[in-house]
Write a protein that binds this ligand. Structure first.
Ligand code: BG6
Length: 298
């Protein structure tokens, strides 16, 4: 275990501790004056974020695997360079399964802590033009996530999808409203990818939901009367929002998810997937930024 501290303006130092996490996978525990977070190097996966006066923001399954090369169920999987299934390859890309390199961590004078990871070279990447993927997680009163992909090729476009697959903890899914997607077009994965349009201002969930909302950069609010909390998802350079809850039957089919856990989670994911796939010209950088904040429901 090792520790790095820096005094902050708030008087409470931002602090990073290196630990063996579950399954003996290496992880970082970050504390700030406002919050705590845990990040596994495998997948650069944020598994926990909690403000001091609140319940955890992120849902993490009690049944999640913590094993090398296996996805973690909950927190924020980094989905890249493709979303969903791909023939002959794993679902949601390989980034979430790799042990990312820890490049730097910087407790800032204002008390926040930023940690930068880089996706290591791996055989799967050779199917794409040369690229680098950096992921910066900033922990403060909010959780800010930035996935920067650089196309290092001088000749080829880089076609990819990205998605920060945030699992949120909620009190009771049946009472939750998701706001901000009114009027948006979506692909309904539970209806064979039928193209639909969101009619209401507020989405309620009472059965399996798996939708890719496209061409929408609007911020989302998750209103949760059960916990008495409102979560805000603000995003930049993201045209897709995915909303997912597996509900009862699918929950029972997932070995790494509890049968009843669908009741206290919802995924509201930010990225560029499906029709919003990114075509990155040679030499350019794409920066997907998501900032999560929360507060009491008034
Ligand atoms: C969502 C997809 O983003 O992730 C769903 O829209 C999928 O179709 C879910 O079931 C979980 O995926 P996985 O690979 O982590 O089980």
């Amino acid at each position: 275990m090792s520790t790095q501290e820096q005094p902050s303006e708030s008087g409470v130092p931002g602090r990073v501790v290196f630990l063996d996490g579950r399954g003996e996978l290496p992880m970082l525990e970050i504390s700030t004056a406002w919050s705590m977070a845990e990040i596994y190097l495998q997948g650069a996966h944020v598994t926990h974020f909690r403000k001091k006066d609140e319940l955890p923001l992120l849902f993490l399954s009690q049944c999640s695997r913590f094993a090398e090369g296996q996805p973690i169920r909950g927190g924020v999987p980094v989905v890249f360079p493709w979303f969903g299934p791909r023939e002959g390859m794993g679902q949601h890309g390989f980034a979430r399964l790799k042990t990312w390199e820890l490049k730097e961590f910087a407790p800032a004078p204002n008390g926040s802590v930023s940690v930068r990871f880089r996706l290591p070279d791996c055989p799967e990447a050779s199917a794409f033009p040369a690229f680098t993927a950096d992921y910066v997680v900033t922990v403060s009163e909010t959780l800010r996530l930035e996935l920067a992909v650089t196309n290092n090729s001088t000749t080829d476009e880089f076609l990819f999808e990205n998605c920060l697959h945030t699992y949120f903890e909620v009190g009771d899914i049946r009472t939750v409203s998701i706001r901000g997607l009114g009027g948006a077009a979506y692909l309904d994965k539970v209806a064979n990818f039928a193209q639909k349009s969101e009619t209401g201002d507020s989405i309620r969930i009472s059965s399996e939901v798996d939708r890719i909302y496209v061409n929408t950069s609007a911020p989302i609010e998750i209103v949760d009367p059960g916990i008495g909390r409102k979560i805000r998802v603000e995003k930049q350079a993201s045209l897709s929002t995915v909303v997912w809850n597996p509900w009862i039957a699918k929950a029972q089919q997932m070995p790494d998810f509890g049968n009843e856990e669908y009741e206290r989670m919802v995924c509201v994911e930010s990225g560029n997937v499906s029709l919003n796939e990114i075509r990155l010209p040679p030499g350019e950088v794409s920066r997907l930024i998501v900032e999560l904040s929360s507060g009491p429901l008034q």
